[in-house]
Design a protein around this ligand. Structure first.
Ligand code: C2G
Length: 171
């Protein structure tokens, strides 16, 4: 009983401790993790956001998400998101499909973000088609079809429309 316990503890520390001196199995040296990166505001988080994040994650082994800051939205769209950057970051980081998050401060920093996070693939929705093709020497660039009939802007408009009080769900 005692030996089974110490053996399982040993295996646990072997797999988790990066300073472990024992040589790692060859499998680990050969393994190349395909790292995916994507970006977005993810305000009023909805099913279109879930869909693109799940599809982005399925294209690799690790998904990093850049969540745009409130200041970036102010500059880009002239308005603040409904939810603060801290809340949007927290929502996105809670998803099973998402492995890491960070705050995207500027649209012009895509190249450094791709390098910093060692991304092999950049994924964006097809509303961004062509915009990031210049990164192709650095990483694969994939534009995924947006989920139809849902957007943060559409939700805001619906909440302000007379339909909202009388009608069934938006989608
Ligand atoms: N998206 C989608 N389907 C929808 C709505 C959004 O696939 N119905 C995708 C968008 O194409 C985008 C991601 O979800 O890839 C996030 O969408 P937004 O929050 O609207 O992101 P945006 O404001 O476009 O910010 O550096 C790029 C920006 O940070 C992107």
């Amino acid at each position: 009983m005692a030996s089974a316990q110490s053996s399982s503890q040993h295996v646990g520390s072997f797999t988790r401790n990066p300073c472990q001196r024992r040589p790692a199995p060859l499998l680990i040296y050969d393994f190349h993790m395909r790292r995916v990166i994507t970006f977005g505001t993810f305000d009023l988080f909805h099913v279109g956001h879930v869909a693109i994040l799940e599809r982005a994650r399925a294209l690799g082994d690790h998904l990093t998400v850049g969540v745009s800051t409130d200041a970036l939205n102010q500059r880009k769209k002239g308005k603040n998101p409904v939810f603060s950057q801290q809340d949007r970051l927290r929502i996105v980081s809670s998803l099973r499909a998402v492995d890491a998050v960070f705050l995207e401060e500027s649209l012009e920093l895509k190249e450094s973000y791709v390098r910093e996070h060692n991304a092999d693939v950049l994924v964006m929705g097809d509303d961004w088609t062509g915009r990031f093709d210049f990164l192709r020497p650095l990483c694969e660039v994939i534009y995924l079809t947006r989920t139809p009939e849902i957007s943060s802007t559409g939700i805001k408009e619906y909440l302000q429309s007379p339909d909202f009080l009388s009608n069934p769900p938006l989608r």
